[in-house]
Design a protein around this ligand. Structure first.
Ligand SMILES: [Zn+2]
Length: 170
């Protein structure tokens, strides 16, 4: 055993969990201080009760199965793994947020794909929730997760505070 690699600190683990939700959200470091309290306090999911699936773009990674098939497959495979490993998971919480850097990068990388001015692009992740709901119905509903959609938006000019809207369609 290597002496240099060992740590004397002990961190708590949860040996018996029955997570009820998987939660997809963006890895943007600006927003982790908003996402985690939203999930834990507002959605009422304590650590161990949910499976964080943190990827650049959040739920946006599911939006374009035809244009971005590798992104979609990566996500779908994770859903399948979670479904098999944790049958207690019944909810899929899908979060997108305003001014997502993933969307900006896609717009630069794939000319003509996410067309529109900067202001439109900033709100595109919210508009895409509708698309994502359709994709979920078509390609992901067989896992038996009940989907929920949320949109995180900035509520102050300096982008230091966020609120989350529960997005539903009638
Ligand atoms: Zn993002």
């Amino acid at each position: 055993m290597s002496e240099s690699g060992g740590s004397t600190n002990a961190y708590e683990a949860l040996p018996h969990v029955h997570p009820e939700a998987l939660v997809v959200y963006c890895g943007d470091p600006r927003l982790q201080t908003a996402f985690v309290p939203f999930i834990e306090d507002e959605l009422g999911l304590a650590k161990g009760q949910y499976i964080p699936t943190v990827v650049g773009g959040g739920a946006g990674a599911l939006a374009y199965p035809q244009r971005l098939p590798k992104e979609f497959k990566f996500m779908k495979d994770r859903f399948e793994l979670i479904h098999r490993a944790f049958p207690s998971v019944k909810r899929a919480v899908l979060i997108n947020h305003e001014d997502c850097i993933y969307y900006r990068l896609l717009a630069e990388k794939i000319p003509g794909f996410l067309v529109g001015d900067a202001a439109k692009l900033r709100d595109r992740p919210g508009e895409d929730l509708n698309l994502i709901a359709g994709v979920f119905d078509r390609f992901l509903s067989h896992f038996g997760f009940q989907p929920e959609f949320y949109y995180g938006r900035f509520i102050d000019a300096n982008h230091t505070k966020m609120a989350f809207d529960h997005v539903c369609w009638q």
